[in-house]
Design a protein around this ligand. Sequence first.
Ligand SMILES: [Zn+2]
Length: 283
Amino acid sequence: MCLSRLLFLVFIGDLLDGIAARIIQSPILHYEQPNCAGKDCYPELNSRLYQGDILLPEGVDPKNALKIEPLLWPNGVVPYAFAKGFNKGDKSKILSAMRLIEMETCITFLPRTILDRTWIDIEQKKEAGCYSIIGYRPLPHEGPLKFNLRAPECYEAGTIQHELLHVLGLLHEQARPDRDEFVDILWDNIDEAYHSDFTKASDTFVTTYDIPYDYDSVMHYPKWAFSKNDKSTIVAKNDTERELGQRIGATNGDFEKIRRMYKCQITSEDLFGGNFPLNKLFL
Ligand SMILES: [Zn+2]
């Protein structure tokens, strides 16, 4: 049994007692982002990598991240190391995001030891933005995997969680193979240089883990992402005015994907008495 599962069982009583207090009402239709406004809440969109903020090592197919076993971190354990001179306050925010993910899933983040041959190297490079690798890299790869959060713009809780969920293997919500059933992509409003950022993943390689489409996912683009004319680029089919992709924090849908991806023993249904509250936020 991995350490995270053991800890989870030990503290399951406390978790269930506290869970009601940590859940806010759902659904969330209008967001008030903390300490940022508008485009400032989505700094990861400015990193100019695959889909904005995903760093793809050479030879890795960008569409085979979610259900390919070798790209999942073994036993759900993610070793990490902070770069030298890392700002202490920012380090604390990243550790808090890690602890939240550990509480709600069976993932464990551990400081890298000499025995770890692959780990995430957490940097704070000023010339880079907010970005992450996606998933684990099996041998023969070994060494650090890139993860950068430039200060101060990458340090809202939701943005840190977003990047850590990429590390675990989540793509962007609107890249799901079934996204066309739920949102319309307004190509005429998208800057041509960014059309590839709206690529839809193939269900040959990616799975939704049977989780409903989550407009409130912390992994969803905002509705104006990569707009060339300040008009919407992605809208909900049933409500074009609906806000998309908050960055307050991960939803239960985001965490449930991780639980199913890593075959955690606890499920959302266990936590919520047989119910599945997709959009619940954990604060
Ligand atoms: Zn992203």
